[in-house]
Design a protein around this ligand. Structure first.
Ligand SMILES: [Zn+2]
Length: 400
């Protein structure tokens, strides 16, 4: 096996949190996002109605430990739920399915809620005492029901809501073409994970359109507005949101220098440091931004997965670094002072068998549990952030 360092800086278009270009779907050799199985039903994953039922069951069985509320509604009127457990003064906020075809995170969140709602173990009690966990599973339910990346909203409907945008070019993250095998021409939508803005009070201004990937978003989608409102109210209640985690899927990649498939990639880097020359446009956020804490959280998740032993769970890499994506929820909330973690699970859900699904949900759960308990028992604050740099990089071809 010859170690060959493959690019991890130029292939941005392949990555989930980058805009997927039209050529990606056609040309990706190992992205696994364009395949003949895409017409298969999404078997084994919880849909919105099932999740609603499950959340109510968890709430009922928890005897008051878990509360489930409607935080807002999708454009099509589906509930965006928030579930809350614990009474600690540090908040861990987690969302799943901001991209509706990236589903393992929701399953992991339901398992964690069930455990924290019903377990009397010392560990669960400690977590409930020390932190408040707020989760928004399936935060983009219209996309989830359509099993696609973007929500279900037209530019015309946005202009109706914000008449001052009449005559400006539609947002750059508005899909009307075919992408990931989904034809958006009849039912267009927005990549909600580019609609965030570090200014939590921002309102859409015509001069800020169409924007680019390195510009903030606008909170023009009801889904991003809902998450922003939850974030703001937690900030008001607790002073800050200690941790924010976003759960995604990516294509099929390799652990750098090997031919091992990546099970999951992690990251704590979404915008350049506000006190660096590249990040000077974010200077007003410099006092909030805590990159070392984000790195510690990532190290906690990585270590827990490594400790499972020789298994697919060891194949964990760092996601692409040196990003500048202020329109992502992670980028915006990192600038507001939250420790931030991205989970990118391998593969698209429609290609997943039951066994693989179970493994990947377990990987997500393991990483999340490590962060939750590490914040609760404060061990995460003792980790060396520099260990983050030792997590292997992601390659786009096997290192044969
Ligand atoms: Zn994603």
């Amino acid at each position: 096996m010859k170690k060959k360092k493959m690019v991890s800086s130029v292939a941005a278009v392949l990555l989930c949190t980058s805009l997927v270009s039209p050529s990606f779907a056609a040309n990706s050799p190992n992205g696994n996002l364009n395949n003949e199985n895409s017409e298969l039903p999404v078997s084994g994953f919880t849909n919105h109605a099932e999740m609603t039922k499950k959340l109510k069951q968890i709430e009922k069985a928890s005897q008051g430990r878990v509360s489930v509320d409607v935080a807002g509604y999708s454009h099509n009127g589906l509930e965006i739920f928030q579930a809350r457990v614990g009474e600690g003064d540090r908040v861990v906020m987690i969302e799943s399915e901001i991209h509706g075809n990236e589903k393992t995170g929701t399953e992991a969140l339901l398992n964690i809620l069930q455990y924290l709602g019903s377990s009397n173990s010392p560990e669960a009690q400690k977590i409930r005492e020390e932190i408040t966990l707020v989760v928004l599973p399936k935060m983009n339910p219209d996309a989830s029901e359509l099993n696609r990346r973007a929500n279900d909203l037209t530019w015309g409907e946005v202009v109706e809501a914000y008449p001052s945008l009449s005559g400006v070019a539609p947002a750059w993250n508005y899909y009307t073409r075919t992408l990931q095998d989904v034809d958006y021409s009849k039912r267009p939508g927005f990549d909600v994970n580019r609609d965030f803005n570090p200014d939590l009070n921002y309102t859409p201004q015509p001069e800020d359109f169409p924007g680019t990937s390195s510009d903030p978003g606008w909170y023009i989608t009801p889904e991003s507005q809902t998450v922003r409102d939850v974030y703001k109210s937690l900030k008001e209640e607790f002073g800050k949101v200690e941790v924010f985690i976003d759960l995604h899927h990516q294509g099929q990649y390799y652990v750098e220098g090997t031919d091992d498939l990546v099970t999951m990639s992690l990251s704590g880097q979404f915008v350049p440091k506000p006190n660096s020359p590249e990040g000077s446009k974010y200077a007003e956020y410099a006092d909030n931004y805590n990159y070392d804490f984000s790195r510690q959280l990532n190290v906690a998740a990585y270590n827990a997965l490594q400790s499972i032993g020789n298994s697919p769970f060891n194949n964990i890499t760092l996601y692409q670094q040196d990003l500048d994506l202020p329109g992502t929820a992670l980028g915006s909330f990192a600038l507001n002072g939250s420790g931030t973690v991205l989970f990118e699970v391998r593969g698209q859900t429609w290609t997943m068998g039951q066994k693989k699904k179970g493994q990947l949900v377990k990987a997500v759960e393991t990483g999340l549990n490590a962060i939750i308990s590490g914040v609760a028992n404060e061990s995460v604050y003792e980790l060396n952030p520099e260990e983050y740099e030792d997590i292997p990089a992601t390659s786009y071809s096997p290192g044969l």
